[in-house]
Ligand binder design. Structure first.
Ligand code: UDP
Ligand code: MG
Length: 323
């Protein structure tokens, strides 16, 4: 039995690039099928992440034009990670393997051949890893690399230079569906499921059209999410840092006492101000980090759904038939 492959593609305001990349995904599906590697039941599944432009109309049009295209729509924009999850969970029971990929053509579609080969060789998870970032701007390259290094330093292990281009088998997805966290950081969570995995390297190209939705602000938010949902190292660092500050303060007290006893004490306004500012600054930062974790606990206890699917292209067809 040949495996059924679902290519899961999150789309948010992608009306410019979708008409260019959608046929490329379909072509890849056909090539893999002609090579006898995947089943005829394989599909491209678009996830519309609450786009405000014509993305959903385009997806519906694609689905009507070719049965190999499917689409689901989230009830509102919930972010890239949740969109990918919605697609993977939707695909899980209909296929044997999923490959998640961005819809902007930056990730080399041809790497899918190697991913499927690795699956056929017995790997359940195949991470797409960027070999070079030549086409990224210096700023993007620098921030992205700092992102991975910072994550690793903070105890959140992720595959270096791997974004969300990866193959996951349905078997792994079924186990993964038991990971119930609301704070999603897929590239940190998937390795925790285990199973045999490997990496496939590819060159990252430029966006074919449209603009990036990951400005520095979102990247920092993703890093904070990744760290606080995967590791408690920052809390340990705070404790260590607190100890150091306490030690220094203790030495300061000794120094102040000696100075006072020697009768050399002067009204040290400057030093007092510095100490007060420094210590209160440190305390606020520490409180902020702890607050970040408390906030995560708060969100997790609510157990809200991680995604809500409002429409499916194939169901839309059914209701149209009925009416
Ligand atoms: N995306 C999404 N929801 C969002 C933001 C982005 O589904 O809120 C999708 C987007 O359509 C694209 C992928 O996530 O397919 C990656 O986004 P983008 O290319 O803008 O990020 P970059 O590659 O610049 O990091
Ligand atoms: Mg992109």
């Amino acid at each position: 039995m040949k495996p059924i492959l679902y290519i899961v593609v999150p789309c948010y305001n992608e009306q410019e690039v979708l008409p260019i990349t959608a046929p490329l995904f379909l072509e890849k599906l056909q090539t893999l099928r002609d090579l006898g590697k995947i089943s005829d039941e394989s599909r491209v599944l678009f996830v519309n992440d609450g786009s405000r432009d014509r993305t959903w109309e385009i997806i519906r049009g694609l689905a009507a034009s070719d049965p190999h295209y499917l689409g689901i729509a989230q009830s509102r924009n919930r972010g890239h990670q949740n969109a990918v999850l919605a697609g993977l969970m939707e695909a899980m029971d209909r296929c044997d393997i999923t490959i998640s990929i961005d819809c902007d053509g930056q990730d080399d579609i041809d790497a899918m051949d190697k991913m499927v080969d690795a699956y056929l060789d017995g790997c359940d998870v195949v991470y797409g890893v960027r070999a070079s970032r030549r086409t990224d701007t210096f700023f993007k390259r620098f921030t992205a690399q700092s992102f991975y290094k910072f994550l690793a330093a903070m105890g959140a292990e992720v595959v270096y230079n791997h974004a969300d281009y990866r193959l996951i088998s349905a078997r792994v997805l079924r186990e993964f569906s038991n990971f119930r966290e609301v704070n999603l950081f897929l590239r940190g969570l998937v390795p925790l499921v285990g199973f045999k995995s490997t990496t496939v390297t590819y060159d990252r190209a430029e966006r074919l059209a449209g603009e990036s939705h990951y400005p520095l602000r979102k990247m920092i938010a993703l890093a904070v999410d990744g760290i606080t949902s995967l590791s408690v190292k920052p809390l340990q660092l705070i404790t260590g840092f607190g100890l150091i500050v306490a030690l220094v303060s203790f030495l300061g007290v000794v120094w102040a006492l000696i100075t006072a006893l020697c009768g050399k004490s002067v009204a040290g306004w400057a030093s007092m101000t510095c100490i007060v500012c420094f210590v209160s600054g440190v305390q606020l930062i520490c409180l902020g980090i702890i607050g970040e974790y408390v906030g995560k606990i708060y969100l997790e206890t609510k157990q809200r759904p991680r995604y809500i699917i409002s429409e499916r292209t194939w169901e839309a067809e059914n209701t149209e038939h009925k009416s």
